[in-house]
Design a protein around this ligand. Structure first.
Ligand code: PYC
Length: 315
């Protein structure tokens, strides 16, 4: 079959951060116009949902793929802008995705070690590319909204957790549910999905990530987590925004001192290091910094052929 003239070519860089993939769209994407990124993400949601699905969903992607659309920044002090999206919609911020973005831009020769500000729909973040290749992300201000919320999870019973913001909304649960082991992925997914529905029904409709915590068997690691993402995939990385929400809770509980390191492991054993500084102690608002590493895996051109019945993804 010859190439139709309407074939669209989308240039992407694929990376993974602690096992969690990021597909960065660097050209051939969309013109979302100008203005604040919170406006442009609304336009993306309303007018370009098929493009989102084409980039991350099967057959080109998978449920676990996170997309990152590189856009011109709005905030004057930012060099890049980014809109993150997944198999079901858009994310506010994405920690592993920002680490992947920085590694991909470095791979393209657009960044060298040092600091860069990046505009997102939920605020500016600052990333530092270290000479080692590690990336630290100063995430958006994070806070706990509600402490010790008790929910009733069908088939399980009462579960207590905290609702917190780390660039996305999380329900954080310590020490409940199946053991956080790779062998339990199905049970963990099923349990956290029911937790999410119960939390949403109990007056927290914006919570779309659920995070379970347990001790880690690794020396020097403070905790292992399992993070359920909005589209029912689990985060292979320790989740940058989820670790930020955790840091806000630890800070509010006086369990981690300002500047001290928190080492968070994911269910597959990849690790982020986190710390925070107070932004507003009385209000419980912290500025988290998350450090991790991403690896670039592919530079490709995705072809969008309107004759393909699954051109816009399986959704
Ligand atoms: O790292 O913030 C994160 C993230 C959110 C969803 C998947 N990863």
């Amino acid at each position: 079959m010859s190439a139709p003239t309407s074939l669209r070519r989308i240039r992407v860089i694929d990376s993974h951060t602690g096992g969690e993939p990021t597909r960065l769209v660097i050209s051939g994407g969309l013109d979302l116009g100008s203005g604040p990124l919170e406006e442009r993400v609304r336009r993306f949601r309303a007018e370009h949902d098929a493009f989102r699905s084409a980039i991350v969903n099967e057959p080109r992607g998978s449920d676990v793929m996170v997309g990152a659309l590189l856009v011109p920044p709005h905030r004057a002090d930012c060099r890049f802008g980014v809109i993150f999206f997944n198999n079901v919609g858009c994310l506010g911020m994405c920690g592993h995705g920002t680490i992947g973005l920085v590694a991909s831009l470095a791979h393209l020769g657009q960044l060298t070690p040092g600091c860069v500000k990046i505009d997102t729909p939920v605020g500016a973040v600052e990333a530092e590319l270290h000479a080692s290749g590690e990336v630290s992300v100063d995430n958006v201000p994070s806070h706990r909204k509600a402490r010790g919320v008790t929910i009733n999870v069908p088939g399980h019973g009462e579960v207590r957790g905290d609702v917190a913001w780390g660039g996305n909304w999380f329900f954080l649960v310590d020490g409940a549910g199946p053991a956080i082991e790779l062998a339990n992925l199905e049970a963990l997914t099923d349990f956290t999905w029911r937790v999410r529905q119960a939390v949403n029904a109990q007056g927290f409709p914006d919570v779309d990530h659920v995070e379970l915590f347990a001790p880690s068997p690794q020396a020097g690691v403070h905790s292992r987590n399992f993070v359920l993402c909005p589209g029912k995939a689990y985060d292979r990385s320790p989740c940058g925004t989820g670790t930020s929400a955790k840091l806000a809770c630890l800070a509010a509980d006086g369990k981690l001192a300002e500047g001290a390191e928190w080492v968070q492991e994911s269910v597959i054993g990849s690790v982020f290091r986190g710390r925070y500084r107070w932004v507003d102690r009385a209000a419980g608002v912290v500025a988290p910094t998350i450090t991790g590493t991403a690896h670039v895996m592919a530079e490709t051109e995705q072809l969008l052929d309107p004759r393909d019945p699954f051109c816009w993804g399986i959704r």
